[in-house]
Unconditional design. Structure first.
Length: 332
């Protein structure tokens, strides 16, 4: 065999090896560019929405936080005095005010009661919708959606009229049933009755969202599961607690977080129904307190500081709630 033939024979296996499937460039190196492109593709689709959110959400929060670190009163707004950087002086003044802590505690308790009541009423009516016939179900849905669509200021005005001490029908009906103590009774005079009145209105305008959302989730549960639980002798409450609630947990997470955010930021109902926070501010909540500081007292920096504190409280409550669910093994 000549030298040229032997050299060609030695090269042939190498050429054959290069032509085998999978023996070319490694897969990671070959698909690296495509992988990077696929990683950025979702962000490209989300870019328009992120730009809009940045303009509508991030920038206002930035301005809120910036003003909270400045001395910004009516003098600075009108240009009569320069704006100066105060650091954490506004927060120190806020945290040193006993009224702020009283309002914060009242806001947390009131929001907690509103959230629990809204979830209880909404979930109970969602289960009821699955038990009634088509016509009562349609009537209940229309009534609930009507309450949901009513503007907060309109609903608050109607509720104030219903519980009016002189002309309200609620007091007249209670007196007709023999409860003479409610004759000319003012629901907004006492602190707790005023909070209860606002609670009724908040639940009335909030439960339809919970009801509709949970009802849609119940309809998605296989009927075989519910029928099997009923055949085993489980009561309605036990079916809800052991069957429906675990399967509806992702939906309940959403409606709970939404309710926390909405009820913690209640403003219109308190402001309208208690005439700006009640007698001597006894029904003040943080949103109304921030409004009073910013616009009634022209202390815009303190009002902004209250807004930042509210934002941090909402983030903390939401994160703690999600963390507790993760500890229970729920996938969110």
């Amino acid at each position: 065999m000549s030298a040229g033939t032997a050299q060609h024979a030695r090269r042939a296996p190498a050429k054959g090896r290069r032509s085998r499937p999978g023996s070319t460039v490694p897969a990671g190196r070959r698909s690296g560019k495509g992988t990077r492109r696929g990683t950025w593709t979702p962000w490209l689709y989300l870019a328009p929405a992120l730009v809009v959110l940045g303009g509508l959400l991030v920038y206002p929060i930035y301005q809120l936080g910036l003003i909270s670190f400045l001395e910004y009163t009516q003098a600075q707004v009108s240009g009569g005095a320069p704006t100066t950087f105060q650091g954490f002086a506004n927060y120190a003044e806020l945290f040193g005010d006993s009224e702020f802590w009283n309002v914060a505690v009242a806001t947390l308790l009131f929001a907690a009661v509103c959230v629990v009541s809204t979830l209880a009423v909404g979930c109970a009516l969602a289960v009821l919708l699955t038990r009634v016939r088509a016509i009562p179900r349609l009537a209940l849905m229309l009534a609930a959606l009507g309450a949901w669509a009513t503007p907060a200021i309109t609903g608050s005005t109607v509720w104030v009229f219903l519980f009016d001490p002189d002309f309200g029908p609620v007091n007249k009906v209670l007196v007709w049933f023999g409860l003479s103590g409610f004759e000319d009774y003012s629901w907004t005079y006492d602190r707790y009755s005023a909070f209860a009145l606002v609670l009724f209105e908040v639940v009335w305008c909030s439960f339809p969202f919970v009801m509709v959302t949970v009802y849609a989730g119940i309809r998605a549960i296989p009927t075989e599961v519910l029928e099997a639980a009923a055949l085993d002798g489980a009561s309605t409450w036990r079916i809800w607690r052991t069957v429906m609630a675990p399967m509806l947990r992702p939906i309940l997470v959403v409606v709970t977080i939404q309710s926390i955010i909405w009820d913690f930021k209640v403003f219109t109902q308190i402001y309208v129904m208690t005439n700006g926070g009640g007698i001597a501010g006894q029904n003040m909540v943080l949103n109304v307190y921030a409004y009073q500081k910013a616009f009634a007292s022209s202390q815009y920096s303190l009002g902004s500081a209250i807004g930042v504190v509210m934002l941090l409280i909402l983030l903390a409550v939401t994160l703690v709630y999600l963390r507790l669910l993760r500890r229970q093994g729920e996938e969110l």
